[in-house]
Design a protein around this ligand. Structure first.
Ligand SMILES: [Zn+2]
Length: 59
C-alpha cells in the first residue's frame, strides 16, 4: 500500500460515488476501477475518497 499523487476519473459511466471523489492510494479498489484512459492527475476539486481515507487510517 502506498500513497500516490492524487488522481480522479473523468468517466461519466461509473456511479457518482466513484466519479465525484479523488483518490490518493494505489490500493484503493474504487481507484483501481478507473480505466487508464479516464484517469486524470490531480484532485479535480473533488473531495477525497472514503476508501482512501480508510486505507490511510489503517496504516
Ligand atoms: Zn480511493
Amino acid at each position: 500500500m502506498s500513497h500516490v499523487a492524487p488522481y480522479h476519473t473523468n468517466s461519466t459511466e461509473d456511479p457518482h460515488t466513484h466519479t465525484n471523489v479523488h483518490h490518493d492510494h494505489d490500493e484503493c479498489q474504487d481507484g483501481k476501477r478507473i480505466k487508464s484512459e479516464h484517469r486524470i492527475a490531480g484532485t479535480g476539486g473533488k473531495p477525497r475518497c472514503k476508501v482512501c481515507m480508510n486505507l490511510e487510517s489503517s496504516m
